[in-house]
Design a protein around this ligand. Structure first.
Ligand SMILES: CC(C)(COP(=O)(O)OP(=O)(O)OC[C@H]1O[C@@H](n2cnc3c(N)ncnc32)[C@H](O)[C@@H]1OP(=O)(O)O)[C@@H](O)C(=O)NCCC(=O)NCCS
Length: 147
């Protein structure tokens, strides 16, 4: 069994979290270390992270799910996601590239239409649509919800 620990992040791990988010190329904004859960190895290296990001009082986002490339495919994201889901009220939303939808469906999330999205996600969805047109990218943004 690997000697990995899942626990809340500490302030000293913030730069490792930022580095991991940059390395895997996901949204680098809204990274408050106090909200993060990490999986660390015996040497204190951050191998995986994730957070629940609030948008006002009512809206919460499962966000910043990231695993170091060399540790992917070993169930670390599942541990982070299950832990965050076990401690968060519903509903919970997330945004991801359309290709990642299958991962989150495993945890009960379903894609929602624009009309069903809270205002924050409607704004992000419009911005992503515009960026995708400007960059000629075929990848679209999926907004998903867990009731
Ligand atoms: C996506 C990512 C977080 C998955 O981490 P991971 O530790 O490799 O995932 P796990 O091994 O815990 O896999 C959990 C489940 O999701 C599935 N899964 C993993 N990656 C997937 C993908 N890209 N698409 C669909 N399903 C996927 C696995 O098959 C597994 O299913 P199972 O438990 O039923 O066997 C990781 O690859 C990563 O950091 N990618 C770059 C950053 C990123 O895209 N983050 C998501 C932002 S929305």
């Amino acid at each position: 069994m690997d000697n990995f620990t899942l626990r809340p992040a500490t302030e000293t791990e913030f730069s490792q979290i930022q580095d991991l988010i940059r390395l895997v190329g996901i949204n680098p904004t809204g990274l408050d270390w106090k909200r993060f859960i990490v999986i660390v190895n015996a040497e204190g290296g951050v191998l995986a992270c994730g957070q629940i990001k609030p948008h006002g009082q009512e809206v919460r986002e499962l966000a910043s799910i990231a695993v170091t490339p060399e540790m992917q495919g070993r169930g670390l994201a599942r541990r982070i996601i299950e832990h965050l889901l076990s401690s968060s009220p519903r509903p919970l939303h997330l945004m991801c590239r359309s290709g990642m939808g299958a991962l989150y469906e495993k945890f009960g999330f379903r894609a929602i239409a624009y009309e069903e999205m809270p205002k924050y996600f409607q704004r992000m969805s419009k911005l992503a649509g515009l960026a995708s047109i400007l960059m000629h990218s075929g990848d679209s943004l999926l907004v998903m919800k867990l009731e």
